[in-house]
Design a protein around this ligand. Sequence first.
Ligand code: HT7
Ligand code: ZN
Length: 883
Amino acid sequence: PKEIFLKDYKSPAFYFDTVDLKFSLGEEKTNVASKITVFPSVEGTSSPLVLDGEDLKLISIKVDGKELKEGDYHLDSRHLTLPSPPQGKFTLEIDTEIQPQKNTSLEGLYKSSGNFCTQCEAEGFRKITFYQDRPDIMAKYICRIEADKSLYPVLLSNGNLIEQGVLEGGKHYAVWEDPFKKPCYLFALVAGQLESRDDVFVTRSGRKVSLRIWTPAQDVPKTAHAMYSLKAAMKWDEDVFGLEYDLDLFNVVAVPDFNMGAMENKSLNIFNSKLVLASPETASDADYAAILGVIGHEYFHNWTGNRVTCRDWFQLSLKEGLTVFRDQEFSSDMGSRTVKRIADVSRLRNFQFPQDAGPMAHPVRPHSYIKMDNFYTGKVYEKGAEVVRMYKTLLGTQGFRKGMDLYFKRHDGQAVTCEDFFTAMQDANGADFANFLLWYSQAGTPVVKVSSSYNAEAHTFSLKFSQEVPPSPGQPVKEPMFIPVAVGLLDSSGKDMPLSSLYHDGTLQSVAGNNPPVFDTVLRVTKKEEEFVFCDIFERPIPSLLRGYSAPVRLESDLSDSDLFFLLAHDSDEFNRWEAGQLLARKLMLSLVSDFQQNKPLTLNPKFVQGLKSILCDTGLDKEFIAKAITLPGEGEIMDMMEVADPDAVHAVRTFIRKELASQLKSEFLSTVQNNRSSEEYTFNHPNMARRALKNTALAYLASLEDPEITELALCEYNAATNMTDQFAALAAIAQKPGKTRDDVLADFYSKWQHDYLVVNKWFSLQAMSDIPGNVENVRNLLNHPAFDLRNPNKVYSLIGGFCGSPVNFHAKDGSGYKFLGEIVLQLDKLNPQVASRMVSAFSRWKRFDESRQKLAKQQLEMIMSANGLSENVFEIASKSLA
Ligand code: HT7
Ligand code: ZN
């Protein structure tokens, strides 16, 4: 397979101006006719015109109306080349034939539940027709769709519907015109039996936009929350960024078969149904929150991604990092900012940090790829969002907005790079961000060490920083990064001290005026070693460091346990209160893991129990914050901190602590469950969701006890539940313990919900993630369950992905988990390489484990590598994992 490098980027020799597409959709074959106006980037160029094309049958090709004969062009399995195209502007007409009904890769044009739909990002358009399939080719599209009227009554594409009518033979057609130039990855087509929920949004300039959410008829009632989310997102983008929607129609289509979450095609977003359909009975609070975030995310792409797009796929984070940042801010404004930040940082730590320390580590802007689909990662998305957040931390809300305004002013309608974004931020603010661009090019998570000292005579408080970025594949040595560290200092009563000035680099800097006083500041840490000295500090403070998680680093401070307990109780930065609790929990878990490995008895520090008890019983705190604060770090996070990851020890310790907390705080947990029940109708709002989150976290703790009274309680909760959040939480609580009750309730849940595939997926994933010993056999059996289908990505993510997310069973000592995944990856690869390569990624950290596990995982990777006809997607992940 060919590796593509950022350093080899060349601007195209030919651009396209207009693209006229005609689709004739059929059951056996589909015809695609394209007519493109082509012009050279430099007059008189002698370059050949090379078009991408995969799995296409070429029917004919014409230049300026004249059919080309074999010999006038060259065709291979990936390209159609015109060695000497005409000088100047010309038209190119190509007819191709494709078979969407056989396309199980869900890339290009395919069928999902009988309907036609497309997915072109990153490089799927080349499976529809021959084209320069790269994002810097931006053109205006017209798309005519012809299909059987009764089978496909709804015909959609990008832009405005300009014509429709009936044809002979029971067919009909529709013509769509998109007035905006776009790259081909934003092209979309949908044809099928769909109905819509319709609404209207009036933009701030008074334009009426028709909003339509399309699903099969029976699902339309479940689109109310998606519509609410869409209107909220449109309003938020106007209020916060001054960005208005630019067409009179916005369509969203939900499809059950989709490789990722959703796709931001211009004015025709296509969504995985899981991120559109919700009702209180069938979707949990987490589903509701995900729908809000992803509907927002795809909508926000209209400006950050569509109006201003990427020059090449290496710049993916330009649109994804920025848009994730925007959706995070949107969700924060719609709910609790602290809770959202905690959720996002936990996600970063659990998924992105481990990747960043593994063989697939790559910078936010990768240097090379074999298959671009493999680079839709936490680094590009979540770490990319952290990079954008740092601009805002450094510039403040207004400065960041100025930077965004300049970015759109300069680049609307263009395909640009991460440097263009950086330059707009700097120029709009007259700022100097020194080596900030290293965040795009250096992989790995910087480790920042901080030590503090107080000088009681000089009334100064010093923070000494040192930083190190660990080596990663292809980058053995790294330079120091530009790290914004937000800091506050707490006095002995727990209040923030006013900050006046600090010494840095031999100069005294004012932190800010005394009126109003300033209680936190952002230190710019840019060197390998560096000191900041706060002046006028009249007692030894406890520093609250990296407030709000102001940079995506691993911070190692010299804070003692008692400092951390103090911060947990008092920090005005709620995120850092949570963080202090997590730091204590991580330390405790690691020391118990070491005890477990040495066969020492496990005991729980009473101070830790006391700390959690005071959070649990603090009625002044937000309930969802309490739920997060009493949740222990995940097993993956702890394994990630160990020299040699030991899944059994980590699991045993986490289970021990949970049980011990449940037993020592049983009465508190019981009253938490009792006091947070509600008979009210389900509402998606923060107070209600927070109440459910706290009640269900308490119930999960209690369920870790071997106590029939608790099983009874969980059963009552299950039977009394009026919404999926509560019902599923009770089911999960009961499912912790093997036995008849578990089996009966799982069976009951399935029989209740077997008609709803999205709920059945929850049922699959709950069983797949179970820590019951030997669970691999249950998962194998579930593969044969009538509701399971390897061709549907959501089902694969629930069952296989769920299983790989359970460390004890996936990393079982006998290698049974690895063997299971190896077999599945090969079967999946034949159907859907993108999904197969997501699954094979579970092996990528195999070197972190003990020798015997390493051997077993390596065997599976080698077996996969030796398979015939392996896809490039799986090849790239498996080979990099083995390297
Ligand atoms: N921009 C979208 C990316 C996407 C995608 C990429 C590869 C393969 C399938 C895909 N489906 C959607 C999603 C987003 O970030 O908005
Ligand atoms: Zn996106």
